[in-house]
Ligand binder design. Structure first.
Ligand SMILES: Nc1nc2c(ncn2[C@@H]2O[C@H](COP(=O)(O)OP(=O)(O)OP(=O)(O)O)[C@@H](O)[C@H]2O)c(=O)[nH]1
Ligand SMILES: [Mg+2]
Length: 198
């Protein structure tokens, strides 16, 4: 089972990216499952995501990197045995610690799960976030198999250049895309990214 983790700090565009990729995969007749983790008790993005035609499993009221690690394992095991999707897209909460999520995934008994990690970088807030949360921001990028700089249509060219250079400085080895996934025209299809994630 293929699992694509869409990670990034709070507000970086994870749900927007999931929606974009889920629509595209569903149109391509792929069986998609979405796992969304939110710290709060109420899942605010569920309805929007279901409108994309995908099945959504919400893990609420805790973080999959700690309190809900066991729930994540059982959810993935259930998906593999009972639902058998072609691809699972997962949005960890923006506050989760990437290394802890990764180590939790190693304990999933239902093998094999092929994990690809996509890290989203918000060019509008990068400078301010790195100033106060540098270790967490770097951990997100260190976990990545590929990076996407989001919000390209609303960022300035200076913000985009700064984001590109931050990614290249820390992870020159990963492919880095730049896109505006909130626009209605399909942009940066997941199939263009997936080969880089393998
Ligand atoms: N223009 C533009 N806006 C975006 C893009 N991605 C996200 N946004 C906007 O940024 C805000 C946050 O996007 P979300 O997709 O909810 O971000 P998130 O990472 O899921 O947020 P949390 O789940 O709260 O961590 C929303 O208002 C989106 O419409 C993008 O590529 N372009
Ligand atoms: Mg979200």
């Amino acid at each position: 089972m293929r699992l694509v983790v869409i990670s990034g700090f709070l507000g970086s565009g994870k749900t927007t990216a999931m929606l974009c990729f889920a629509r595209e995969l569903t149109q391509a007749k792929r069986k998609v499952a979405l796992i969304v983790n939110e710290i709060g008790e109420i899942g605010i993005d569920n309805v929007v995501l279901q409108q994309a035609g995908a099945n959504v499993w919400e893990l609420l009221g805790g973080c999959i990197c700690c309190t809900l690690a066991g729930t994540l394992s059982t959810t993935l095991e259930m998906l593999a045995t009972e639902y058998n999707p072609d691809i699972v897209l997962m949005e960890p909460s923006g506050a989760s610690l990437p290394d802890a999520v990764k180590s939790g995934l190693r304990h999933v008994k239902q093998a094999p799960i092929e994990v690809s990690w996509l890290t989203l970088v918000d060019p509008l807030r990068l400078e301010e976030l790195v100033a106060v949360l540098e270790p967490l921001m770097e951990a997100h990028l260190r976990a990545a198999d590929a990076a996407i700089i989001t919000k390209a249509a609303v960022a300035t060219s200076e913000q985009l250049a700064a984001a590109r250079s931050w990614v290249a400085g820390l992870r020159p080895d990963v492919p880095c895309f730049c896109a505006d996934l909130a626009s209605h025209e399909p942009q940066l299809p997941l199939r263009a990214i997936l080969p880089c994630l393998s």
